[in-house]
Design a protein around this ligand. Structure first.
Ligand SMILES: NC(=O)c1ccc[n+]([C@@H]2O[C@H](COP(=O)([O-])OP(=O)(O)OC[C@H]3O[C@@H](n4cnc5c(N)ncnc54)[C@H](OP(=O)(O)O)[C@@H]3O)[C@@H](O)[C@H]2O)c1
Length: 407
């Protein structure tokens, strides 16, 4: 009989606890697949275990503590000691990826992190291995289940953001402190990781601008429905103008877009490349057992053999000013000439209007427009100029739109 593989488990919370259970349940299957039976060599929590001792009796280390401190130090120590490491920690990789990957390569050990992006969806393996030498042009999708749940509920019920957030917290889809999720910061960390893998270039969290969903109003969703749009928080990483653009923002999608029907706490990611056209994967993006299942998959991969550790092959510049279509929501005085004034400002900034819906609200009117793809900085200028118009009744609201109807 071959030696068991001893796993040092750092963290036994939602994911760590589920991983320990799943490992016990599937130990025989892992042994059948890899020839080695996994067992837990020791567990570290805030009040249990000693890291040095656990490391000493482990063949591989699974980091499920979260955050960067002390997780970074533990992962560095484990790699330096020649132990392969599995982590689900997106913050750690998005902020300290260069250092960790460099050390793993130097030590010739594996660093795997399938669970760090989109829970149970095997997107990391797919991009790193299946599309490892494919010229990926774009990776984008819904990488945060909390915000997708909130936006789906707001659209379905017409309820306000705060009310739906409270419901999401009751149901366990949002944390007590939801700020990382609703601000887009969590999605930005995941997109930094995906961009790094897809484009083989160093990308850190600090280079990913993000916008969240906190200011989305129920009437944005109601009007959008009339225009045939659904709202998602999207992470987008794409090649543009010899560089890359990596961003997170709320975005309207036309019906027929593959991401449009993805509702509730689910994630979905699309990869585009000339050689593959496009591939979409969807599934649960979080949850104890779902995330633990991705961690267990990494255990099997490590036992089954070598896979290359990520290495940046080039340094692509980040392109800041890109083009987008926008939805624009304006409350204005219901007077002749107002629409002409707005059209003038847009025209002066080379922005053309695709559709307009106008409604009277007492003495005022609400204008909801979709404008064709334009340079974002020009649109920002136009928005500032529109905000200055005397006939404007409240601050303009703008949300990006993916205009291309999927065919
Ligand atoms: N939850 C999900 O659905 C999900 C999905 C994808 C990825 N992830 C990632 O998985 C990781 C773990 O998340 P989780 O939800 O399982 O977190 P969690 O429930 O908060 O569990 C964290 C665990 O780490 C331990 N821990 C915290 N600080 C520590 C320290 N300084 N020293 C030693 N142990 C410490 C905690 O110990 P105590 O038990 O003593 O508090 C607890 O056992 C994170 O990187 C997260 O981003 C989670």
């Amino acid at each position: 009989m071959s030696d068991p593989v001893r796993i040092g488990l750092l963290g036994r919370g939602t994911v760590g606890g589920a991983f320990a259970e799943l490992l016990a349940e599937r130990a025989e299957a892992v042994e059948a697949a890899t020839g080695r039976r996994p067992e837990i060599a020791g567990v570290l929590t805030r009040d249990e275990g000693d890291f040095g001792e656990i490391l000493g009796r482990s063949d591989l280390v699974v980091e499920l503590i979260g955050g960067t401190d002390p997780a970074r130090q533990y992962v560095l120590d484990a790699l330096r000691a020649g132990r392969p490491v599995i982590t689900a920690n997106k913050q750690l990789l998005a902020q300290h990826g260069d250092e960790l990957f460099a050390l793993a390569r130097e030590m010739g050990v594996q660093l795997r992190f399938e669970a760090a992006v989109a829970g149970a969806i095997p997107i990391v393996r797919t991009i790193q291995e299946s599309f490892g030498v494919t010229e990926v042009s774009k990776v984008f999708g819904i990488v945060n289940g909390t915000t997708n749940f909130i936006l789906s509920e707001m659209a379905a019920t017409g309820a306000a953001y705060e009310e739906v957030l409270a419901r999401a917290q009751e149901l366990g889809y949002a944390e007590a402190d939801p700020s990382d999720d609703v601000s887009g910061a969590d999605a930005a960390a995941k997109m930094a990781i995906l961009a790094r893998l897809a484009f083989h270039t160093p990308v850190t969290l600090a280079e990913v601008p993000y916008e969240g969903i906190e200011t989305i109003q129920p009437d944005d969703l109601a009007y959008a429905k009339e225009l045939g749009l659904s709202l998602k928080l999207l992470g987008v990483a794409e090649r543009r103008d010899g560089g890359i653009s990596v961003r997170v923002f709320p975005c309207f999608l036309y019906q027929g877009h593959p991401l449009s029907p993805v509702e509730g706490p689910f994630n979905a990611i699309m990869v585009e490349a000339p050689a593959i056209t496009e591939v979409t994967m969807s599934g649960p993006g979080a949850g104890g057992v779902q995330t633990a299942s991705a961690v267990l998959g990494d255990v099997v991969s490590i036992l089954a053999g070598e896979a290359p550790v990520h290495e940046a092959r080039e340094e692509l510049p980040i392109v800041a000013d890109v083009t987008s279509s926008f939805y624009l929501h304006l409350e204005v005085a219901d007077r002749p000439g107002v629409l002409a004034q707005i059209a003038q400002v847009l025209g002066d900034n080379e922005i053309s209007v695709k559709s307009v819906v106008q409604r009277g609200i007492g003495d005022d009117a609400r204008l909801v427009m979709v404008v064709h793809e334009c340079i974002e900085s020009r649109f920002a200028t136009a928005l500032e100029e529109i905000a200055e118009l005397d006939d404007l009744r409240s601050a303009p609201r703008a949300i990006r739109v993916i205009e291309k109807e999927f065919v």
